[in-house]
Design a protein. Structure first.
Length: 129
């Protein structure tokens, strides 16, 4: 009797785990890709409405070194404070035209790609929230 109960419990456990595995049949990264499509559509809508992508407001980014910063945007002009290696804050300014980001030197030209900004030198600002 105890063996039968043990076998029944094992069978029930296998059935429950196979039900959990059905979510793994979903394509990997589907939520990430849906989020990227939604952000790309939002960027295209901003460009059509304002003439430039919106990087300011309540959006926070990390730079190539992982330092968190917030961009302030007035129409298509942006500004933000960057932290140097010594810990000092440096104010940077730039302009957004369409999806192109033009910063004062030594920044290369950047392109808004969904939620991120990718620069010609390979550096990237990643949107955190």
């Amino acid at each position: 009797m105890a063996r039968l109960l043990a076998v029944m419990l094992m069978a029930l456990a296998f059935v429950q785990t196979s039900a959990l595995d059905s979510e793994e049949d979903r394509p990997k990264g589907a939520r990430r890709r849906a989020r990227e499509r939604a952000l790309a559509a939002q960027t295209a809508e901003d460009v059509a409405k304002n003439g430039c992508a919106q990087l300011g407001g309540d959006k926070w980014f990390t730079d190539a070194h992982g330092v968190l910063f917030q961009v302030k945007q007035d129409h298509c002009t942006i500004s933000f404070n960057l932290q140097t290696k010594s810990g000092a804050q440096v104010a940077k300014k730039g302009v957004v035209r369409g999806v192109q980001v033009f910063m004062e030197p030594p920044f290369p030209v950047g392109t808004v790609e969904g939620a991120n900004v990718r620069f010609e030198n390979g550096a990237k600002w990643e949107r955190k929230w």
